[in-house]
Design a binder for this molecule. Structure first.
Ligand code: URA
Length: 238
């Protein structure tokens, strides 16, 4: 099997340019592969073992990319919307071309840790309840959560519509706030769980996914690429 791929396709997939622009950049001699200019867009290269530079800048040509964002409230976690701002609108022009999509959804008014990737298998693994990857949320609610709520969460709540939730953790904090840890991702799950206990959510922020914690220095609306050790943390340390 030929694992090599066309240079113009690789350049496009790495967000540098559209396919037609990439062809032109290559023909203009602005792209180097392993230190040599390659002027044919059809040239096939081995993604795993080649170094590609555009105007001297080293380009990340990895097939799959993984990012973390501190999603602000008020932004949709979808790839496009005709009227409202989406998390992809917060990306640089180059990163917008990587084919990224959010891993699962945070509601428009929910903030915090959102993963973005172009790797469908990875996304599935994070979302699937069978992986049992924890997601921790900070919530502020109307009312004061109590020990009865903690017990009900740990036993697996029944939501208003009869949906049964997996056992979850509720940790009481000051007054009207709490931490909720879930191992699945049903629609509006945390809000519906707390509402079912008569504690409607006012503020919701995701703090971690698996062992990956939202970095303190990642400001609201900011994002960055994850390194390998951070990727591993997601799957280690529930
Ligand atoms: N649970 C919710 O209710 N909303 C979110 O955005 C995430 C989890």
């Amino acid at each position: 099997m030929d694992l090599k791929e066309r240079l113009d396709k690789i350049l496009t997939g790495s967000g540098v340019a559209s396919r037609s622009e990439a062809k032109k950049l290559i023909r203009d001699g602005r792209v180097m592969v392993d230190g040599k200019p390659v002027q044919s867009p059809e040239e096939k290269i081995d993604r795993e073992n080649s170094e590609v530079r555009f105007d001297g800048e080293l380009i990340d040509i990895s097939r799959f990319r993984y990012f973390i964002m501190n999603k602000p409230a008020g932004v949709l976690s979808v790839t496009e919307d005709r009227k409202q701002q989406t998390v992809l609108d917060l990306l640089s022009v180059r990163d917008r071309n990587l084919g990224l999509f959010p891993v699962g959804r945070l509601d428009k008014d929910t903030e915090g840790l959102l993963l973005l990737t172009n790797d469908g298998d990875f996304s599935h693994k994070i979302i699937s309840p069978s992986s049992a990857i924890s997601k921790v949320y900070y919530a502020e609610v109307d009312g004061i959560p109590n020990d009865d709520d903690v017990k009900a969460f740990s036993e697996g709540l029944m939501l208003g519509d009869g949906t049964r939730c997996l056992p979850a953790r509720l940790e009481l904090k000051e007054d009207c706030s709490c931490l909720v840890t879930v191992f699945e991702g049903k629609y509006h799950q945390v809000k519906r769980m707390l509402a079912s206990r008569g504690k409607p959510v006012r503020v919701l922020k995701r703090l971690s996914v698996g062992g990956l914690i939202l970095p303190e220095d990642l400001k609201s609306g900011e994002y960055r690429e994850l390194d390998n050790s951070e990727l591993c943390k997601i799957f280690n340390g529930n």
